[in-house]
Design a protein around this ligand. Structure first.
Ligand code: URA
Length: 218
């Protein structure tokens, strides 16, 4: 499927086309972007896309004393947020989302991709309590095959989570299809739907290995 076919088919795949987002994604693609710059951009994009992904959070009006009078004005209703990072590349993005809500809890799911099978292998899981009462925002910069995101969300649902959203920077059409097949109820907020996955399960044109580029490894 093409990018346009994806957004037509899935009404809850939100492509964030804001010019600031698109500009920063282009800088990420550039192979000459330094580790420092790459890490900063991922964090900024976490804030910008996180902003879109939290648009529908419920608010409640409270009374507030301004210097002039009492006003009824909205505050967040208080449903607790939990940002879940799929390590390790998700950590950079999670920092950006946290800027929106510094008191949010953070869950960690450690997954690596078996190079042979391309399937995710879980090596770490740490979540806050009361997952079922929280809005869960799962983050991973790259939605490639979709396997890690699907497995992480399987875990969250297994723990009782009901309100889950997923944020990524780049997605392959194949990854979105697989994700939606597994979790049709989970909206995706994405910066770019790229052309395809290559034979090594890299997103093309993509950015290469996001974890390596964030942390300057390899
Ligand atoms: N993970 C990455 O870091 N990059 C890709 O292109 C695919 C998966």
């Amino acid at each position: 499927m093409t990018r346009d076919e994806i957004v037509t088919r899935y009404s809850d795949v939100y492509l964030v086309e804001h010019p600031f987002v698109q500009h920063k994604l282009t800088s990420l693609r550039d192979k000459n972007t330094s580790t420092r710059e790459f890490r900063m951009l991922v964090e900024e994009l976490g804030t910008l896309i996180g902003y879109e992904a939290t648009r529908d959070l419920e608010t409640i009006d409270i009374a507030v004393e301004t210097p002039l009078e009492t006003a009824m004005s909205p505050v967040l209703k208080g449903k607790k947020l939990c940002i879940v990072t799929i390590m390790r590349a998700g950590n950079g993005l999670a920092e950006g989302v946290l800027k929106l809500s510094p008191s949010a809890r953070v869950g960690h799911v450690g997954m690596y991709r078996d190079p042979e099978t391309k399937k995710p292998v879980e090596y770490y899981l740490k979540m806050p309590h009361s997952v079922e009462e929280r809005t869960i925002i799962v983050v991973d910069p790259m939605l490639a095959t979709g396997n890690s995101a699907i497995a992480a969300i399987d875990k969250m649902k297994g723990m009782g989570a009901k309100d889950i959203r997923f944020i990524c920077l780049f997605a392959a059409p194949e990854g979105i299809e697989a994700f939606k097949e597994a979790h049709s109820d989970v909206p995706i907020y994405v910066g770019s739907i790229d052309r395809e996955l290559d034979e090594k399960a890299y997103i093309r044109p993509g950015v290469g290995d996001a974890g390596d580029r964030i942390y300057g490894t390899r």
